[in-house]
Design a protein around this ligand. Structure first.
Ligand code: GCU
Length: 612
């Protein structure tokens, strides 16, 4: 079954024009295509299908088919062309369309975007790729009328080689982005966040040598404090039996390696001088990888992360994860967060809260967040958008889930801050769901066995009034860290109920409360039993913190959520108006009283010993 599935996955990826990711884009020769892109709103996908609903891609001569990707221009007075990108309005890239145009705020469908550009290669022997940080949700990419490929998934990077299609002048890159929610996609149709569509992250041209360092994994080996392990992967016609070097000057390390016939060189280097990366000391080393004249630099931290019974061990020392959940949204600007400035705002608030850890919910965030987390010493939970009622039986749905997980692992595997890969959030228990999640977990461990696996599991109540809570979810046996969302006092009774809860979690594993909390409109005041007031939320936080501390295996929490975020599910006039109000910070950037309750709790916790 697994062999058939793997073969199917490969077929699907090839059909989609899938290209393995280039590691460390920012360390290479890049040209940004960010800025104003012309766009055409196409709800009937008139630019993709003919009137018989056949894709123009399949036409004899697609360049004359009427497909918008052809960017046709009338030549003769009698030529009929019913679109014109250059006369169309523009959108800023990176950026979702919803927050840029009032008329697109609720839009779910296809929008075509076009960027024209000239390009002169630094060297005629070089190869050229186009790289997308992410685009939500399905993206069909064309350069100069030729289809490069199709990508699914709204939160992970993808790239295509364009070496043989590129011209010096007047290239036109046309992208069809379709953010329609669909039952068999990942996520499925129902979520509690805004479906921001578009080219939501950077678009760049990347120029590399004919044979180049495409990928590498450089981290401490699993459970090892002294062995830097991983691999270097080349790409190009002369990738086999090539000499490559890995240098870490500050550790006086210089390792000469030779690639095998597949262009890969495994590495394993012992060093007794490593200063371990940690929240108190986010030490990053300049790591240099060389192939001939190509020299690639990365800033990499080295640390170990393990569990031992109920303890989470960072560099061998037990640590408590003082966290907060975060959606990828800058409420002050509105829309998908994407920039380093957005990352500084969000992680700056988390730092002010007293956090050493963040849960990037419910999908992979932009690369600036994990790069900044590495710099700041913020531990990170990254999450695959396998959320709620996914189509567990659909093989293609699994392929999409695994492809997105492979992309975030590929992108962030060298980031010391990332300690947990989360498989799913609040998914209903079934046999099909167990098969799906176990396959994802096994796949993850094959890609990266140095980090911990978790998921927001199902919890259930027993005994009188269901007040005895335990984790009955069978997937609990397949994760390193037990996590669950609990809303006692909000969706389940009032805050006073917290005091009545008994915990019967019998697994000998660490527990992180991946969500708790409740809503409040910033600036709305009243007594502590009036819902939506800051006082109610403060009372709820006080009671929740008391309650979770009674869990003997408690080793962390990421309350829901740092800041209010847009959601179409939240329609209560005056109070919600399209915002989920569970933030500790309002959509106006102002803190609520509960912010200080959590901050006080985190301050009260013993600081882990300085050496981790
Ligand atoms: C759920 C879910 C979140 C959601 C939250 C809420 O636990 O994981 O995505 O936003 O509850 O109801 O606000």
């Amino acid at each position: 079954m697994l062999k058939r599935l793997t073969f199917f996955l490969l077929l699907v990826m090839v059909a989609w024009g899938y290209e393995p990711l280039i590691q460390n884009i920012s360390g290479r020769t890049t040209t940004s295509l960010n800025g104003a892109w012309n766009y055409i709103v196409d709800p009937y996908e008139n630019g993709y299908y003919n009137y018989r609903y056949r894709p123009f891609d399949e036409a004899e001569d697609p360049s004359k088919s009427g497909g918008y990707f052809a960017n046709q221009k009338p030549v003769n007075p009698w030529d009929r062309v019913e679109y014109d990108f250059d006369l169309s309005e523009t959108l800023e890239v990176p950026g979702d369309w919803n927050s840029q145009r009032e008329k697109l705020f609720y839009y779910e469908g296809t929008i075509w975007l076009k960027k024209s550009f000239d390009y002169n290669r630094v060297s005629v022997d070089n190869r050229v790729f186009v790289h997308f940080g992410a685009a939500n949700y399905q993206t069909d990419v064309y350069l100069n009328g030729h289809k490069l490929g199709m990508h699914k998934g709204g939160f992970t990077p993808f790239n295509y080689e364009i070496t043989n299609l590129l011209k010096e002048k007047d290239n036109f890159l046309i992208v069809k982005v379709d953010n329609k929610r669909k039952k068999d996609e990942v996520p499925t149709v129902n979520t509690d966040w805004w479906n921001f569509g578009g080219l939501t992250r950077d678009v760049q041209i990347v120029e590399v040598p004919e044979t180049f360092i495409k990928d590498y994994f450089v981290q401490l080996g699993k459970d090892s404090k002294r062995t830097i392990a991983g691999y270097i992967q080349l790409d190009g016609v002369s990738k086999s039996n090539r000499k490559v070097e890995l240098l870490i000057p500050e550790l006086k390390l210089r390792k000469k390696l030779k690639t095998d016939e597949l262009g890969r060189a495994d590495l394993s280097i012992i060093s007794k001088r490593i200063k371990y990366w940690s929240p108190d000391n986010p030490k990053l080393y300049d790591v240099i990888i060389k192939l001939g004249s190509e020299e690639l630099h990365d800033q990499i931290g080295f640390r170990t992360i393990q569990t031992n019974g109920p303890d989470i061990l960072l560099n061998g020392e037990s640590i408590f994860l003082k966290g907060i959940s975060i959606h990828e949204e800058n409420p002050l600007r509105g829309g998908r967060a994407h920039s380093m400035e957005d990352a500084r705002l969000l992680l700056g608030w988390a730092k002010e809260l007293g956090c050493n850890y963040v849960r990037l919910a419910h999908y992979p965030h932009n690369e600036n967040m994990v790069d900044l987390a590495d710099e700041m010493g913020m531990l990170v939970w990254e999450e695959n958008p396998v959320y709620w009622t996914i189509s567990w039986e659909n093989v293609q749905t699994y392929a999409t889930a695994q492809q997105q997980l492979s992309e975030v692992i590929s992108r962030d595997k060298n980031r010391a801050s990332v300690i947990i890969w989360s498989m799913a959030n609040e998914t209903p228990v079934s046999d099909a769901r167990m098969v799906f999640l176990k396959k994802l977990r096994d796949f993850t461990l094959k890609q990266d066995d140095t980090r911990l696996i978790s998921a927001a599991l199902e919890m259930h109540g027993e005994g009188e009034g269901g007040l005895t809570r335990k984790i009955s979810d069978p997937f609990a046996d397949y994760v390193d860290v037990l996590s669950f969302n609990q809303y006692i006092g909000w969706y389940d009774g009032l805050p006073e109920k917290c005091d009545k809860i008994k915990w019967a979690i019998d697994q000998d594993k660490p527990v992180i409360i991946s969500e708790f909390g409740g809503g409040a409109l910033q600036g709305l005041h009243g007594d502590s039993l009036t819902i939506w007031t800051e006082e109610f939320q403060k009372y709820l936080y006080r009671e929740s913190i008391e309650m979770i501390q009674r869990i003997p295996q408690l080793r962390g929490a990421t309350p829901w959520i740092l800041v209010d975020f847009h959601s179409p599910r939240r329609v209560l006039p005056v109070i919600q108006d399209g915002w989920n109000r569970k933030g500790l910070i309002g959509s106006n950037g102002e803190k609520k009283q509960a912010f200080y309750v959590l901050q006080e709790y985190y301050k009260s916790l013993p600081n882990p010993s300085k050496n981790n």
